[in-house]
Design a protein around this ligand. Structure first.
Ligand code: GLA
Length: 745
C-alpha cells in the first residue's frame, strides 16, 4: 500500500494490491483525474492519460489555448462559474454574491492511519492501527474568495477501499454561503456501465434496480430528513457484462443518515461524473472567517470479482471498521420481540408468559417494544414524556427487567427519542422544541411530530429523560426507532440565516445522542430502526451494529429485501425475525421452516406469540434456536455470497462460508412449487476447490435430512449441487432447504 507523489509530474498515485487511483496537479493548478480501477504499475508520470481536445463552444482556461477547457478536463473537485459547466462538487456564494470559484493546488500531506472526521460528530470508517491505512490530504484554495478545500483520501491496506470527503474552509470577510458541498466527485472516462441502486418504499426496502447509464443526470436521493426506505445512499456502476461473480464494478456508499444525493451525470462526450453528498435542496451552511465545514465520508469500493466481490468488501469494512463497540465482534443474542405478538395490548403477565416460553425454547433476549410508557395504548400519544406505565408494568421497567434477568433472559427496550405527540408534557412545556414554523400548522406523520435535534438543548433534555429510565434498570438492548419523514424543518430557536443548517444539524444531533448513550451504556446492544428500514445506512451502522431491516416480516418478501440489503450491509447488521403465519403484512402463509431459513441469514429472532404455536411448532422453534446457536458465528460473520437472485426468477439462494473455508451453509428457496420441473443445479461459491466436503441437506419440519454426499469444492462450484426435489408435492410453495457443507477430512 502506498500513496506516492511524483514531484516532477505532480502526480498522486494511491495504490494497494487491488486498486490504483491516480490524479495530478495540472498546469492550471486544478486536480485532474487520470485513472481509477484495478491496480496498475506505478510510473513517474501518467500524463498521456490527460486528454484534451478542442471542442467548439467550450470556454478555455488559458488565453490562446482553446483545447484546455475545464469543461472537458476530468476533475477531482470541480466548482462552478469558471469554466466547468457541469453540476459541480462545490457551490458557494461569496459576500459580494459571486458564485465563481477556482480552486488551485496549494499543498498536501501524506500520513499513516486515518484520523476521525474533523468537527466531531460525523461517523466514519476507522482504523485500529496506523498501518491499516494511509491518508492523503490535498489542500486547494481560491485566494480571491478566501476559500480552501481539503480533499481527504484514505486508502486501506487490506481492502480495495478508498474513502473520500472534503473540508471547506473560509478565511475571507463576512459570510460564505455554502449551497452545495459534495463529499467527492469522480469523473470516469466512459459511460459503458449499468447503474445499480437500492430502491423501495416502506416494507419493501432496498430492491435491486439496474439500468444502463444514459446521457444526462441519473441517480437516487432523499429529501425526507432520513436516508429513507425509498433510496439508499449507495450506487454502483458495473460493466454491462458484470455478474454477481465476475466483472468490474465500482461501489459508492455514503456514511450519512440524512438527506443525500447520489448521481451519475453523463456528458455528451461520454464522461461519467459521479457525485455523492448532502442533498443541496434546502441545505445552506454559512461559514464565517476561520470556520470550516466537513462533508460526510464516501466509501469507494472497486471489485473485479463482480457484485459479490464489491459486497464482501463492504461487509468486511463495515462490520469491522465502521460498526463499533462491545457488540461489534460478538455473536448476537437470539431475541423475541413482543410487537407482532401483542402490539400495544399487553400486561406484564402476558409478557412474562411469552418470556417464559421464549426461555424454555432457548431464546436469550426479550425485547419489549412500543407501548410501555404512559398514554401509549395506540400510536396516537405518549411519545416524548417517557414515563413508565405502571398499570402495564406494576414494578416498572426496573422490576420487569429484574424478572426477566431472574428467568435468565436479557432485557431489551424500544424507544423513539426523536419524536413527540401533541398533548404530552414535553409538547405543552416546550412548543419551540418541535420542528415547525411559528404560525404554520406542522404536518403530522403517524400522529406525531419531530423534535428539533438541531438544538443541543433538546438532545440534552432527551438524554437526561432516557438516562432516568435506563440508569439502574437492567437493560441489555435498545431498539431506537424513528417513524416518520421529516417535514416543517424550521427551528424556532435558530436564526433566520441558520435555517438551511437545520436538517444536517438534526442528524448531527442524532449522532451525538447515540454517542452519548453508547458511551454511557457500553454494554447495551443498540439496534437502529426507522419504520423498518428507513435509516438502514452506514451512518447508523456506526452508531448501532444492527438495524431492523424492514417492517415486512414475510419470508418471501424478505428474500428480496435481505438480498438487496446485502449489496452493502453485512448479515450481522440485518435484524431478521420469524413472524406469525398468516403474515401480518401480506397475509401469506409460509412454514416455520421457511421463515427461519430466511431469517437465520441475519441478526436472528422471533416476533410472534410463541405460546400459541402448539407443541409441534414449539419443538421446531427449540431446534431452530439450537441450530442458530451452533452456527451463528458462521452465519453472522462468515463470507456471504449471493447465488441466485429473487429478482430474476422463482428461486433464490445464498450461502455463507467460514473464513477458513471449512464450513459453509447454503440457503436455497423455491418460491412457487413447479410440477415436472426442469433440472436444477446450484453452483456454490467461496469454497476451497481442492478440499473434499461432506454435503448434507438438513432436515426441517416434517422433512428428514438427506443422505450426506461428498464432493470436492471445485465440483460444488463448477458442476454444482443437485437441488432438484424428488417430491415437490410434499413441499408445497415457499419451500426452502439448508445445506451444510463441512470439510470431510
Ligand atoms: C415501527 C417499527 C416496528 C415497531 C413499531 C412500534 O413501525 O419498525 O418494528 O417497533 O414501530 O410502534
Amino acid at each position: 500500500m502506498a500513496i506516492e507523489f511524483h514531484k516532477e509530474s505532480q502526480t498522486f498515485h494511491l495504490h494497494n494490491a487491488w486498486i490504483s487511483y491516480i490524479f495530478k496537479v495540472l498546469p492550471s493548478g486544478h486536480l485532474g483525474q487520470l485513472y481509477y480501477g484495478r491496480a496498475i504499475h506505478d510510473r513517474p508520470d501518467f500524463d498521456h492519460l490527460f486528454e484534451t481536445a478542442y471542442r467548439s463552444m467550450s470556454v478555455h482556461y488559458f488565453d490562446g489555448e482553446p483545447a484546455y477547457s475545464l469543461e472537458h478536463i476530468k476533475q477531482e473537485y470541480p466548482t462552478c462559474g469558471t469554466g466547468d459547466i457541469h453540476l459541480p462538487a462545490l457551490d458557494a456564494a461569496a459576500p459580494n454574491g459571486s458564485r465563481l470559484l477556482d480552486l488551485h493546488y496549494q499543498s498536501h500531506t501524506i500520513a499513516p492511519g486515518k484520523p476521525p472526521l474533523e468537527g466531531g460528530e460525523l461517523p466514519s470508517t476507522y482504523v485500529e492501527s496506523p498501518d491499516e491505512a494511509v491518508t492523503l490530504t490535498v489542500t486547494l484554495a481560491d485566494a480571491l474568495a478566501g476559500v480552501t478545500v481539503d480533499l481527504v483520501y484514505t486508502l486501506y491496506e487490506g481492502l480495495p477501499v478508498l474513502t473520500r470527503h472534503a473540508v471547506i474552509g473560509y478565511t475571507g470577510e463576512g459570510t460564505l454561503r455554502l449551497d452545495r458541498a459534495m463529499s467527492f466527485c469522480l469523473d470516469l472516462p466512459d459511460m459503458d456501465y449499468d447503474l445499480v441502486e437500492l430502491t423501495g418504499a416502506w416494507a419493501r426496502e432496498r430492491h435491486v434496480v439496474t439500468r444502463p447509464l444514459a446521457h444526462g443526470v441519473q441517480g437516487v436521493y432523499s429529501l425526507r430528513g432520513c436516508s429513507s426506505h425509498h433510496f439508499n445512499p449507495f450506487l454502483a456502476l458495473k460493466r454491462h457484462e458484470t455478474t454477481e461473480f465476475a466483472g468490474e464494478v465500482y461501489g459508492f456508499s455514503l456514511v450519512y443518515s440524512g438527506n443525500f444525493a447520489a448521481q451519475a451525470d453523463v456528458d455528451p462526450y461520454h464522461v461519467t461524473r459521479v457525485t455523492m453528498g448532502i442533498h443541496p435542496q434546502g441545505f445552506r451552511w454559512d461559514l464565517h472567517s476561520g470556520e470550516r465545514f466537513t462533508t460526510p465520508e464516501a466509501v469507494l469500493v472497486y471489485s473485479e470479482q463482480g457484485l459479490n466481490g464489491m459486497s464482501q468488501t463492504y461487509h468486511q469494512l463495515y462490520r469491522t471498521r465502521l460498526a463499533r463497540g462491545e457488540w461489534r465482534d460478538k455473536v448476537r443474542p437470539i431475541l423475541v420481540n413482543n410487537w407482532e405478538a401483542t402490539y400495544f395490548d399487553f400486561t406484564e403477565e402476558k409478557l412474562l408468559g411469552l418470556a417464559a416460553e421464549a426461555k424454555r425454547l432457548g431464546i436469550e433476549l426479550f425485547v419489549l417494544d412500543d407501548g410501555w410508557f404512559t398514554n401509549r395504548n395506540d400510536d396516537h400519544g405518549g411519545l416524548g414524556d417517557w414515563q413508565i406505565n405502571y398499570e402495564k408494568l406494576p414494578d416498572g421497567i426496573q422490576g420487569f427487567g429484574a424478572k426477566l434477568h431472574e428467568m435468565g433472559l436479557l432485557f431489551g427496550l424500544w424507544i423513539e427519542p426523536e419524536m413527540v405527540n401533541a398533548g404530552t408534557a414535553l409538547w405543552n412545556e416546550h412548543p419551540d422544541w418541535v420542528l415547525h414554523e411559528p404560525g404554520r400548522r406542522p404536518q403530522q406523520g403517524r400522529f406525531q411530530y419531530v423534535l428539533d435535534y438541531s438544538n443541543p438543548a433538546v438532545v440534552d433534555w432527551i438524554l437526561a429523560r432516557l438516562c432516568s429510565v435506563l440508569d439502574g434498570a437492567p437493560i441489555d438492548y435498545i431498539k431506537w426507532d424513528m417513524n416518520r419523514s421529516i417535514s416543517d424543518a424550521y427551528s424556532c430557536t435558530a436564526a433566520s440565516d441558520a435555517q438551511g443548517m437545520v436538517l444536517h444539524k438534526y442528524i448531527l444531533g442524532v449522532y451525538r445522542l447515540y454517542r452519548l448513550l453508547t458511551e454511557r451504556y457500553p454494554h447495551i446492544l443498540f439496534e437502529s430502526c426507522a419504520s423498518g428500514g428507513a435509516r438502514f445506512d452506514p451512518g447508523m451502522l456506526a452508531c448501532a451494529p444492527q438495524c431492523w431491516t424492514s417492517d415486512d416480516t414475510d419470508a418471501v418478501e424478505r428474500l428480496r429485501i435481505q438480498y438487496g440489503t446485502s449489496f452493502v450491509y453485512p448479515v450481522s447488521s440485518m435484524g431478521a425475525h420469524v413472524a406469525a403465519a398468516p403474515n401480518h403484512q401480506v397475509g401469506r402463509i409460509t412454514s416455520l421452516t421457511m421463515r427461519a431459513n430466511v431469517a437465520i441469514f441475519g441478526a436472528f429472532g422471533y416476533e410472534l406469540d410463541l405460546t400459541a404455536l402448539g407443541e409441534h411448532g414449539q419443538d421446531l422453534v427449540a431446534r431452530q434456536v439450537a441450530f442458530v446457536k451452533q452456527y451463528r458465528e458462521l452465519l453472522q460473520f462468515g463470507t456471504f455470497w449471493r447465488l441466485k437472485s429473487p429478482f430474476e426468477g422463482n428461486e433464490a439462494a445464498w450461502m455463507t462460508v467460514s473464513s477458513d473455508q471449512l464450513t459453509a451453509l447454503v440457503g436455497q428457496y423455491l418460491i412457487l412449487q413447479e410440477v415436472n420441473a426442469g433440472y436444477c443445479r446450484l453452483r456454490l461459491a467461496g469454497l476451497d476447490p481442492d478440499r473434499l466436503y461432506r454435503v448434507t441437506r438438513l432436515g426441517s419440519g416434517a422433512r428428514a435430512a438427506g443422505q450426506p454426499v461428498t464432493a470436492y469444492g471445485d465440483e460444488l462450484m463448477r458442476a454444482g449441487l443437485v437441488t432438484t426435489d424428488e417430491d415437490p408435492a410434499s413441499e408445497g410453495d415457499f419451500a426452502s432447504h439448508l445445506y451444510l457443507i463441512e470439510a470431510a477430512e
